[in-house]
Write a protein that binds this ligand. Structure first.
Ligand code: SF4
Ligand code: SF4
Length: 404
C-alpha cells in the first residue's frame, strides 16, 4: 500500500498544524509536526528507500488527529502516517504477537495473557489493585518506570465467553483486549448496568479488533484480525454490538469496512460495523437513571471518541445528566491527547508523560475527585500519570461510576 501523491501534495506547508500538535509543542522539532512528517515520507517514498530515522520519525506521531482540526486542506495525517509505517516496514521491528496470527486468534491471545501473567510475578512489583503493575526491570519496548495493566487471575472473557443474549434486545458485547483480558471491572460493570434493564449481552468467542496491528502498519495482520472479528459476530443477528473502548469502536465502525472492502467479507463487515455502538451512546437512548449527584469528575474524551466514534463522547453528557459535576479546564488541554497513542506511549514513554501530565494536573487542580475515560489505552496512561502526580486520584472507566 502507498499513499496517493495528490493526497501528500495537498499539504501546502502552511504550518498551521504546529499550533495544535502535542508532540511539536513539547519538542519544537520540524520532524515532529505534520508538515515535517509528510515531507519526510514523500522524500523517502519517492527515493524508494526508508531509513531507521524515517521509521523513528513516523513512530513519533500520536495519530491523534489534532492537526486535522487546524488543517484547511484537511490532510488526513493519521491515515498517511499509518501508510508510511506500512511502506517503511515499521512493523518488522515489533514482536510477532502484533504482526502474525495472535491477534486474530482468541486461543493464542489467551495463551499470551497467561505468559504475561506468569512473567508479571517476577517482573512486577505490587501497586494498589486498580492502578496496575510497575515493572522492576526495563525490557525491550517496556520502560521499568511505567505502570502496566495488572493481569487478573481470570480475565473477563475467560469467565464469560460463550454466554447467550437474553432480554427484549438481542445484544452482543465486544470487550476488546483491555477490558476483556487485562481488566475485569469494566465488563462486570457493563453486565450490572444491563441487568438493571433485564438484559444480558452475548459474549461470542472473540479476539482483537485489529487496531494494535493497524496502528503499527502491520496491514496483513490487521486484515486477518478483521476477518476473525467478522467471523465471531456474523453468525447471529444482533440489535447492537456494544463496545466499552472508544479506540476499538472507532476501528470497527470506520476501518473494518475499509480493510475488508472488495473481499468476500465486505458485506458482513459493513453490516456489522453499523451495529457496533459505543456503550454510552447506546445507554443514552435507554430510560435508565443514575444518581451521581455531588461527584466531581474529570473527563478525558479520547481522540478516537472525539474524532471518529459515532456519539463517542456520550459518556460526558450521560454523567452530567446523572448529576455529576464535570470539572472544566482550559479548552486546548481539554481537547488534547493523553499522550498514549498506542505504540507511541510504549516507544516514547518520557515524551508521552510530558504530553499527558499537564492534563491530569489541570483536572485535579479543577477539583476532580475521579478521572474517567472510555478507552482502555487512555485508562492505562491516565493511571500511570495519576500514580506519579497524585496516587490518591482514582482513574475509572465511566461505567464503573454507575455501580458505586
Ligand atoms: S496544516 Fe495541513 S496543509 Fe498546513 S502544514 Fe499542516 S498538514 Fe500541511
Ligand atoms: S496526528 Fe497528532 S501527533 Fe501526529 S502530526 Fe497530527 S497532531 Fe501531531
Amino acid at each position: 500500500m502507498s499513499a496517493d501523491r495528490p493526497e501528500l501534495d495537498r499539504c501546502s506547508r502552511c504550518g498551521e498544524c504546529r499550533a495544535v500538535c502535542p508532540v511539536f509543542r513539547e519538542t519544537r522539532r520540524e520532524t515532529d509536526v505534520a508538515r515535517g512528517r509528510l515531507l519526510r515520507y514523500r522524500l523517502a517514498r519517492d527515493a524508494g528507500r526508508f531509513s531507521a530515522a524515517d521509521r523513528e520519525a513516523f513512530s513519533r506521531c500520536l495519530l491523534c488527529g489534532r492537526c486535522l482540526e487546524a488543517c484547511k486542506a484537511q490532510v488526513d495525517v493519521p491515515a498517511l502516517m499509518q501508510i508510511a509505517k506500512t511502506d517503511s516496514g515499521f512493523a518488522a521491528g515489533w514482536p510477532s504477537l502484533l504482526t502474525e496470527k495472535t491477534l486474530a486468534d482468541d486461543g493464542r491471545l489467551d495463551a499470551a495473557v497467561r505468559r504475561y501473567r506468569s512473567l508479571s510475578r517476577w517482573l512486577g512489583r505490587a501497586t494498589p489493585d486498580d492502578s496496575g503493575l510497575r515493572l522492576r526491570f526495563a525490557l525491550p519496548y517496556l520502560d521499568a518506570g511505567r505502570l502496566y495493566p495488572k493481569p487478573p487471575a481470570r480475565g473477563y472473557l475467560e469467565q464469560h465467553t460463550g454466554r447467550r443474549a437474553s432480554g427484549v434486545q438481542k445484544l452482543a458485547f465486544f470487550a476488546g483486549c483491555g477490558a476483556g483480558r487485562l481488566l475485569t471491572g469494566v465488563g462486570e460493570a457493563v453486565d450490572r448496568v444491563l441487568a438493571e434493564l433485564n438484559l444480558t449481552a452475548a459474549i461470542p468467542e472473540q479476539a482483537c479488533c485489529g487496531l494494535a496491528a493497524w496502528g503499527i502498519g502491520a496491514t496483513d495482520a490487521a486484515r486477518r484480525t478483521a476477518i476473525a472479528w467478522v467471523r465471531s459476530f456474523a453468525g447471529e443477528e444482533y440489535d447492537a454490538i456494544l463496545s466499552p473502548c472508544a479506540s476499538c469502536t472507532a476501528h470497527l465502525q470506520t476501518r473494518l469496512p475499509q480493510i475488508l472492502a472488495g473481499t468476500e467479507f465486505a458485506a458482513d463487515a459493513a453490516r456489522l460495523a453499523a451495529k457496533v455502538e459505543d456503550f454510552f451512546a447506546w445507554l443514552s437512548r435507554q430510560d435508565l437513571c443514575f444518581d451521581l449527584a455531588g461527584l466531581k469528575v474529570g473527563a478525558h474524551v479520547p481522540c478516537h471518541a472525539r474524532r471518529e466514534v459515532r456519539d463517542g463522547a456520550a459518556f460526558v453528557s450521560f454523567l452530567k445528566k446523572s448529576g455529576a459535576e464535570l470539572v472544566k479546564i482550559d479548552e486546548r488541554l481539554d481537547a488534547q491527547c493523553c499522550g498514549m497513542g498506542g505504540s507511541f506511549g510504549v516507544l516514547h514513554p518520557e515524551l508521552s508523560r510530558r504530553i499527558g501530565l499537564p492534563k491530569v494536573a489541570a483536572l485535579r487542580a479543577a477539583g476532580a475527585a475521579v478521572l474517567v475515560t472510555n478507552c482502555t489505552g487512555c485508562l492505562w496512561q491516565l493511571r500511570d500519570l495519576a500514580a506519579r502526580f497524585d496516587p490518591a486520584l482514582p482513574v475509572r472507566h465511566p461505567v464503573e461510576l454507575l455501580d458505586r
